[in-house]
Design a protein around this ligand. Structure first.
Ligand code: NAP
Ligand code: G4F
Length: 337
């Protein structure tokens, strides 16, 4: 029988890839979108382009994670088999500027969803988008047993959501799982996260429409994977008989500096000539190093990453070079979805 899924955050990087994955598996997919004064469905337009038309199995609903009634109504009306809570104020640096909003949308909203499930009695499986940012200053390698020491309002909010998910599993027997995902990137990554900021700038510099790239801390170390592979792991978690929590990562670590270097190398430019640093892009508290140990996911889910660091950098730079060329040629037209 055809399954039904509800995804919060459908318009984000992961949401758009998860929509593609679930549609390809024959799901009826319901997603949330926020009211915005400008087009905010560009990533889903990419899905539509790939399909050649607006995907038949996809319905979008206006909702906001800060609005409990919109969330409760969706869960009650759709009665989904699976719920993926991907919506969040997901920018760590921004969470220092809007901590209360981040606590609400990235933290408390998870309780809104879990309560909507419990109160409606719907028989569903729940995925919570937990984050390696929860490990904060605890040294790597990090796995499911590693203690959390969050270093940002975002990280604190994600810890709240993580434990709420486990609490509803233990208290009410919900099939609720946490995916503790390390950084994952793609050409659909938000333009203000460091990888995309770099690859976009490199492409624009190579195409002669930007002069320099200005960054914050170049020493931070991250474990960067490829987003489409990570949404596959989300789905795998909800297909297990028992709910559980899993680290999803590559285990490969690189600094921001190495990412910059590899990106400029792809277009045969010297990174040091074009890159500057400015303290305005530094954070009040930094997470120095995140490197994931995904052995539990490999063992229990059969999940492993395949895209290498260099492969990821090349793909993102190439896609951004193409995007700049399309922009120059006036080929980037946005439509309502
Ligand atoms: P993203 O691109 O920033 O997408 C976030 C989504 O949440 C967008 O659809 C956004 O809508 C939506 N959203 C924001 N505020 C909302 C609100 N008040 N009500 C309803 N929806 C709201 O993030 P992502 O990279 O796809 O990540 C997906 C999830 O995984 C997030 O929860 C993130 O915190 C978590 N995560 C991400 C990573 C990573 O490396 N990407 C790693 C670990 C965990 P708009 O499009 O309208 O802004
Ligand atoms: O790309 P970032 O902003 O990602 P960050 O903070 O690691 O958070 C991302 O990954 C988390 C998983 O661990 C997710 F939960 C979260 O939602 C988000 O997707 O920054 C990466 C590193 C940081 O150390 C930052 O200080 O890059 C450093 N950095 C240096 N210059 C910069 C910049 N980050 C940004 N965004 N912009 C800069 O100019």
């Amino acid at each position: 029988m055809m399954k039904t899924a509800l995804i919060t955050g459908t318009t984000g990087q992961d949401g758009s890839y998860l929509v593609e994955l679930l549609l390809s598996k024959g799901y009826e997919v319901h997603g949330t979108k926020r009211r915005s004064s400008s087009f905010n469905t560009s990533r889903l337009e990419e899905v539509a382009r790939a399909e050649g038309h607006r995907p038949d199995g996809l319905s979008l609903h206006y909702a906001d994670l800060s609005d409990a009634s919109s969330i409760t109504n969706l869960v009650r009306d759709i009665q989904p088999d699976e719920i993926y809570n991907l919506g969040a104020q997901s920018h760590v640096a921004v969470s220092f500027d809007i901590p209360e909003y981040t606590a609400d949308v990235t933290g408390a909203a998870t309780i809104r969803l879990l309560e909507a499930i419990r109160a409606s009695g719907v028989d569903t499986r729940f995925y919570q988008a937990s984050s390696s940012e929860m490990f904060g200053s605890t040294p790597p390698p990090q796995n499911e047993a590693t203690p959390f020491h969050p270093r940002s309002p975002y990280g604190c909010a994600k810890v709240f959501s993580y434990w709420s998910t486990i609490n509803y599993r233990e208290a009410y027997g919900l099939h609720a799982s946490n995916g503790i995902l390390f950084n994952h990137e793609s050409s659909r990554r938000g333009e203000t996260f460091v990888t995309r900021k770099i690859t976009r700038a490199v492409a624009r510099i190579a195409e002669g429409v930007q002069n320099k790239l200005v960054l914050g801390n170049l020493d931070a170390v991250r474990d960067w994977g490829y987003a489409p592979e990570y949404v596959e792991a989300m789905w795998m978690m909800l297909q297990q008989d028992q709910p559980d929590d899993y680290v999803i990562a590559t285990g490969e670590a690189h600094s921001v500096r190495e990412f910059v270097q590899a990106a400029f190398e792809r277009v045969n430019l010297d990174w040091e000539r074009y890159t500057e640093t400015d303290s305005r892009y530094e954070r009040p508290a930094e997470v120095d190093a995140l490197i994931g140990d995904y052995s539990k996911a490999k063992r229990q889910l059969g999940w492993s990453p395949t895209t290498t660091f260099t492969g990821l950098v090349h793909r993102m730079v190439d896609d951004d070079v193409q995007a700049v060329r399309d922009e120059k040629a006036g080929r980037n037209v946005r439509v309502e979805l």
